[in-house]
Design a protein around this ligand. Sequence first.
Ligand code: KIV
Ligand code: ZN
Length: 393
Amino acid sequence: MSRKIWVFDTTLRDGEQVPGAKLNLSEKLEVAQQLKKLQVDIIEAGFPASSEGDFNAVKEIAQKVGNTDDITITALARAVKADIDSVYHSVKHAEKPLIHMVLGTSDIHVEKKFGKSKNQILDIGVEAVKYAKTLLPDVQYSTEDASRSDFEYLWSTIEAVVKAGATMINVPDTVGFAEPEEFGELIFKLNDRLKNLNDQVLLSVHCHNDLGMATANTLAAVKNGADKVECTINGIGERAGNAALEEVVMALNTRASVYGAHTNINSKEIMNTSRLVSSLMGLEVQVNKAITGDNAFAHSSGIHQDGLLKSRDAYEIINPTEVGLDDMELVLTARSGRHAVKDTLRKLGFGQLTEEQFEAIFAEFLILADKKKEVYNYDLYVIVKNYFAGQNE
Ligand code: KIV
Ligand code: ZN
């Protein structure tokens, strides 16, 4: 049976940490409204303790987007009272508010960053959860740098914060250091213990992309029992970014038999969301980026175009309409064959050409294609018009 995987979008928090990607309040609201259309389960709307602007944006999103019970609004706090208060006062306006707090568990964080002992950090975490629970019923605890933490210490932290009332445990690969097999194993072991302790607590993962493995690590975690994935649109985020929502979701959809899991995402809104985030944040999507890159569904080689026109599954694993794009896109270049050019002409309304007419037009197409990198529909249209104009002279 297919398991539901919760999708937590952190485009407005981790994604917005990208230098230069800062949004104003109305832009954040627009992104949050689009994330709601995409049907994410949880929106992390910001880090309200960081500035008054962030606080106001989270509050507005909680009021205007979190006004229904099909979406949870959260924001990030460090495990300190002032941050937790800030999150509480900004998210409490939502129908389903959640406090998200973070505290490191690796030796590097505990000893070098905080200069404290493991017991001291564990106590700070437990007290912070207890305090957050006096404000809201739903509290997520993130064990920062979990993938580089001592396993038994990581587990004792999780055990203690769950006993203190945490309802979601998030396991971050903060610096993108994990690799899929090892991360899957970590999640398997944690899930086993967590479900024995309290099977109502959701186990979540948050993977960064420093070694290009954020999506693979997230999927390995799902395979090994994670209930929830944290992602961003187009994979934007701190340094090399976060797991890309569209990649994780489409992998779960496309390889359903491998993962046995599904999300509530309306995949037809993926391209709209990707384009909105890219244009508002001024972050161009790399052309060959999986799912949302300009070339992700564009076929340019003549051999592929010919194969696709005979049987789409020859070179296509996802129908582009599933992510909200138009149907199959054939890019016409000097390498395109007659079959692809004929198909494009048909779509442009020139499906009735005789063989002689087509051959003449195809010859003109090849001349132009040799001069240009890509022949656009408009170019083809002009070739046809010129051809018929010449015939009538
Ligand atoms: O990367 C990280 O560890 C984070 C936490 C706040 C979840 O962004
Ligand atoms: Zn992160």
